[in-house]
Design a protein. Structure first.
Length: 437
């Protein structure tokens, strides 16, 4: 089986290394040896150390490499939307099998890739696009096809999980924790895609598409990052027996008209310490799947890094290579349900709201009246002097309110009205609460 490798950076180099080190085992598992037909890179002269590969295999002509008749499988680890989309569509239409780790492209225009695969008759595998080495997508795509999945909740970005875990452990603010993540190599020089939730949103779209047999794109995912999470938020979560995680949440449910829909969102949220995801620390990933027959399932492991991602890539290479030798292809895309995506305003969630209010009689009643007007029920209230000091030393007080479940639009409207009250000095923070607290 002849492979065209597109990209030879951190992941691509590990793919080459593992192909070399595990050549005999891979041959035995597939039934034929794997050979690299060529490696497309941006710069030919780059020093790649002692990479075990013939230097003559490198080329800057990715499209020319893909079009070669002796290429059976195209492995793409370049990333980005273009030119990767054009390359992979070309390969799939030509009947070649494709293995990709490109979460951004799959979330942006996975439909084009699936359509091209159906047209050409090749396989499209992308296990490495979500949660690195964790075997997750194939269980959703194949093992659980006999079941009904109702909800997928996950920590799918290692950088943000490291930052939030550091804030929880040390009491540091966001900026300090991000600096530590950067120094340790967990955060990119430009961490925007991670800390603003773009990376997690792309993965959420892929998970929702597989879990609910519906095409979900990045534009369908409500996205919020962690840049506004403060040390005070983390401390407040601890006081409630919770921790804060950036969650991707994909859920099946009925809308106001009773139609079955899906809701897909990414945002920071408080979860109780007893939740399976609460103990996931450092840069690890974990995904919690709730299925009707199978019940709760947990997938946990390293979600990023060259070797873990290359492991997932090679797992897909073995699968598609065996299919080609047997003259079969994997099950095609399952999007028969075609469920509408529910807007964020209709998603059912809970809020933790921290208010700085005037410390005088009648304030709590006035605040409670705002919640009542928006049909939002209050679960708990905690009141104390501003800044946690001794009572009677100031004119302000801290008011922390946790709601019962309500539509997000009603909760957001409640916060909006609270901001306009004279008795509310400021809305210090707003965080969603998940996980049955």
């Amino acid at each position: 089986m002849r492979l065209a490798l597109l990209g030879c950076g951190t992941v691509g180099s590990e793919v080459v290394r593992l192909l070399h080190e595990q050549a005999a085992d891979l041959t035995a598992r597939i039934g034929a040896p794997l050979e690299i037909a060529g490696i497309a890179v941006r710069r030919l002269g780059r020093d790649r150390g002692d990479l075990p590969v013939d230097p003559t295999l490198f080329t800057t002509d990715a499209l020319g490499l893909i079009k070669r008749d002796d290429v059976d499988v195209v492995v793409e680890v370049v990333g980005g939307i273009e030119p990767a989309r054009g390359w992979l569509v070309e390969a799939l239409r030509a009947g070649k099998s494709v293995v990709t780790a490109n979460k951004a492209l799959l979330a942006e225009d996975g439909a084009a890739l699936h359509d091209a695969a159906a047209e050409g008759g090749g396989d499209l595998y992308y296990e490495a696009s979500v949660a690195g080495a964790i075997p997750l997508l194939r269980p959703l795509r194949e093992s659980l096809h006999g079941d009904r999945i109702n909800r997928v909740t996950g920590i799918v970005n290692g950088t943000t999980n490291f930052i939030l875990s550091a804030m929880d452990a040390t009491g540091a603010g966001f900026a300090e924790a991000l600096e530590e993540a950067t120094e340790l190599g967990y955060a990119e020089a430009d961490p925007t895609a991670d800390v603003e939730g773009f990376d997690a949103a792309a993965k959420a779209a892929i998970l929702a598409s597989l879990a609910f047999h519906t095409r979900v794109g990045a534009a369908d995912v409500h996205r919020e990052g962690i840049t506004e999470v403060t040390a005070a938020d983390v401390a407040s979560a601890k006081a409630m027996g919770c921790t804060i995680k950036l969650l991707c949440i994909a859920a099946r449910g009925a809308d106001a008209a009773g139609r079955e829909t899906v809701s897909v969102r990414v945002h920071p949220a408080m979860i109780p310490l007893g939740h399976p995801l609460a103990s996931v620390g450092d840069a690890f990933n974990a995904v919690f799947v709730e299925a009707e027959a199978a019940g709760p399932l947990m997938f946990y492991g390293r979600g990023a890094g060259g070797a873990p991602t290359a492991s997932a890539v090679l797992g897909d290479v073995v699968a598609v290579s065996r299919n080609r030798l047997a003259g079969v292809r994997s099950p095609s895309e399952s999007a028969y349900a075609d469920l509408p995506v529910r807007p964020m305003g209709e998603a059912l969630t809970r809020y933790h709201i921290s208010l700085d209010v005037a410390d005088r009689p009648g304030v709590l009643a006035a605040v409670a009246g705002v919640f009542a007007r928006h049909d939002v029920s209050i679960a708990t209230v905690r009141q104390g002097p501003a800044g946690g000091g001794a009572a009677g030393r100031g004119e302000d007080a801290d008011l922390v309110i946790v709601t019962h479940v309500a539509p997000d639009a009603a909760l957001a409207a409640t916060v909006g009205e609270l901001r306009g009250l004279d008795i509310v000095r400021s809305v210090a923070s707003v965080l969603r609460v998940e996980g049955g607290l």
